[in-house]
Write a new protein. Structure first.
Length: 392
């Protein structure tokens, strides 16, 4: 099966970007099935790449390889080995969980594989990944020597591929939906079947450790705390107090369990269930203040089209946070929105400080961990932006 591109539309492929949009296609020869492999040809019929085909998505083809080589089980074996092998150093006596495969950044578009202790959680987000799902699962088990894979193919992007959500056990056994993992000598209970993403925010691994180093003797406010990743590290870093805020009662309950699991001082912790935007205003009106505030909100702008609305939301919470910080206080603020790049995010935070009437400086830029690498040819893989700001 072949796809011929319009004249001049091969430029992105020549830069090794793996996506071809529907508008770039001149002709599709045959009737390729969803997820099947097709050759991408220039307008003068020169071979450019081999890709998976997605008839329902605006991203009509995603490149597996830019070489004229078979795309088969052995091809994927090499790709999966390469991805997992480069992350082997991340697993040691202090850590037993990390992302093993990060889609386009590992030249495996649509495939996410996270390891939580002895369980692999896999997401197939595109037609191509769905087509090869069983092969991927078999190869992951072979590569790791593990026995259990749980599927969490429930992200919204599957709808754009014409795919239904799929959640359930693919291989092995999962006696309990919650397992305990270790990260930087901290233990966490993770809900693999119902938790956010694949169960936990593995991408914040280094940043949680950063908060642990900064939290000593501070009164900390952890907003959008989820199951307590930053909260627990602040307590482990000997914070004076930590207040955790989230809209989910279940998440806050698991946060408390994680604090107890690590024998951390429960008397230094409190939590509030509620809307962060409203609670920040309430704290402002009550003249409350903190030495450190952590803002790790959900994705406000999944695409650039949502950026304007997201900008208002990010500015709102950061402005309020600056007002709640004591002089010398630290704001650790994040955006995981693909539609808001690092330059725009920094402008938003700068505008928030200006409108709050405070002088602040950036002391560190944060991003996703090394198990979420960014291909030089696929900058879209960089989604997590973070700033550590000091209020002067």
């Amino acid at each position: 099966m072949q796809i011929t591109l319009k004249k001049g539309r091969e430029k992105s492929l020549l830069r090794r970007h793996p996506w071809i949009f529907s508008g770039a296609i001149l002709q599709v020869d045959g009737e390729p099935a969803a997820g099947s492999t097709v050759d991408l040809l220039s307008s003068d019929k020169q071979f450019l790449a081999r890709a998976s085909y997605s008839p329902h998505s605006q991203i009509r083809a995603r490149v597996w390889t830019f070489k004229d080589e078979p795309v088969d089980r052995e091809f994927f074996r090499k790709r999966i080995h390469q991805a997992t092998n480069t992350r082997s150093y991340l697993f040691d006596s202090k850590n037993n969980s990390a992302r093993m495969i990060y889609a386009e950044s590992d030249n495996l578009p649509g495939l996410i594989a996270d390891r939580y202790a002895d369980v692999i959680v896999m997401q197939c987000l595109t037609a191509g990944a769905e087509y090869w799902k069983e092969t991927f699962a078999d190869l992951l088990l072979e590569e790791t020597g593990l026995a259990t894979i749980y599927e969490r193919s429930d992200a919204d992007v599957r709808e754009l591929e014409g795919l239904e959500s799929k959640i359930g056990l693919l291989h092995g056994t999962l006696p309990d939906s919650r397992i305990t993992i270790t990260e930087n000598n901290i233990q966490y209970k993770v809900n693999l079947t119902q938790g956010h993403k694949t169960g936990f925010y593995l991408d914040q691994r280094k940043n949680r450790l950063n908060v642990r180093d900064l939290a000593k003797d501070k009164d900390v406010l952890d907003c959008f705390c989820y199951t307590g990743g930053f909260t627990i590290n602040a307590l482990a870093g000997k914070a004076n107090s930590v207040l955790s805020v989230d809209s989910s009662a279940d998440a806050l309950e698991l946060c408390k369990e994680n604090i107890a699991l690590n024998d951390l001082p429960v008397d230094k912790h409190s939590s509030i269930e509620g809307d962060v935007f409203q609670l920040l205003r309430k704290f402002r009106d009550e003249a409350r203040s903190f030495d450190m505030i952590i803002l790790d909100p959900p994705k406000f702008a999944p695409t650039a089209s949502h950026a304007e609305k997201a900008t208002r939301a990010y500015k709102d919470i950061n402005l309020l946070a600056f007002k709640l910080l004591r002089p010398g206080g630290i704001l650790v603020t994040f955006s995981c929105s693909g539609g808001v790049d690092s330059t725009l995010f920094q402008k938003i935070v700068a505008g928030s400080a200006l409108d709050a009437g405070v002088d602040a400086q950036i002391v560190e830029h944060l991003s996703q961990g090394p198990d979420h690498p960014i291909s030089l040819h696929f900058p879209e893989g960089a989604y997590l932006k973070g700033l550590v700001c000091l209020k002067r």
